[in-house]
Design a protein around this ligand. Structure first.
Ligand code: PXP
Length: 261
């Protein structure tokens, strides 16, 4: 039976807690504590926690990763650049998964996906070492078939599709661009799934943009951070995560009903 004939799989939510650390670091000290936020996120319905240990340590710190690994039983998805320093940290802490991301010091956030085609020779030993350490490996890529092919041939388990351009179109209310970007993401999800890759998605997702992505049955995990932490200022972290979870679940259930109708 093909995926399109089955009821769609459960859609996991990974909550990215980087910006809890951003607020903490604005003053130094320990408050607000990313581990406490991670624990609350799991209680509110997250299936795992995502954290990006950047080379400049602008938000998540080495100590945060240690605490998350020793005190949180839920899966940790460690986002990292392909550097020897980060590989050593990953192999030491053995998170459930590592998502390889491009990283530039001057950027505000992860701008665009990793170029696995051009970076193949540099990236290959990192993927091999992570896989050998028993860590699932994800490549954060733009919705582009060549990137899916390269991720597959390099030995990654997962592609995470960068949803940033689609989310910007939603904020701008640009219907034409929304349709175009959604089409790219949909085609990429189908294509990558056909290669045998697990498909995740994330970046920039909000209450307004999540449903159309959650409807895509090949996608089994969304990683969402900045919006949830920002929204927590107004209604609390628990409430922002529960609402996101509910929107994801509703969209996923509706896509299943459309298939069986
Ligand atoms: N996925 C990846 C690979 C990311 O780098 C990020 C941002 O750190 C996210 C998901 C989450 O994006 P946002 O914080 O915009 O929800």
């Amino acid at each position: 039976m093909s995926l399109s004939e089955q009821s769609p799989p459960f859609l996991r939510l990974g909550v990215n807690i980087d910006h809890v650390a951003t607020i903490r670091n604005a003053r130094g000290g320990r408050h607000p504590d990313p581990l406490k936020a991670a624990t609350m996120a799991i209680e509110a319905g997250a299936d795992g926690i995502t954290a990006h240990l950047r080379e400049d340590r602008r938000h998540i710190s080495d100590e945060d990763i240690e605490k998350l690994r020793s005190h949180l039983p839920s899966p940790l998805n460690l986002e990292m650049a392909a550097t020897v320093e980060m590989l050593d940290i990953a192999v030491r802490h053995k998170p459930h998964a590592c998502c390889l991301v491009p990283e530039k010091r001057e950027e505000l956030t992860t701008e665009g996906g990793l170029d696995v085609v051009a970076g193949h020779n540099h990236l290959a030993p990192f993927v091999t070492n992570l896989v050998e350490a028993g860590i699932r490996v994800s490549m954060f890529v733009d919705p582009d078939f060549a990137q899916a092919d390269a991720s597959h041939s390099i030995g990654a388990d997962i592609v995470e599709i960068h949803t940033g351009t689609y989310c910007e179109a939603v904020i701008a209310g640009d219907g034409h661009k929304i349709a175009h970007e959604l089409g790219r993401i949909r085609n990429m999800a189908t294509y990558a799934n056909g290669l045998g890759l697990e498909v995740h998605a994330g970046h920039g997702l909000t209450f307004d943009s999540v449903a159309a992505i959650a409807e895509l049955p090949e996608i089994v995990e969304l990683n969402i951070g900045h919006f949830l932490v920002g929204e927590a200022i107004f209604g609390g972290l628990d409430s922002s995560i529960r609402r996101m979870r509910a929107l994801m679940d509703k969209a996923r259930a509706q896509s299943g009903e459309q298939k069986s109708a």
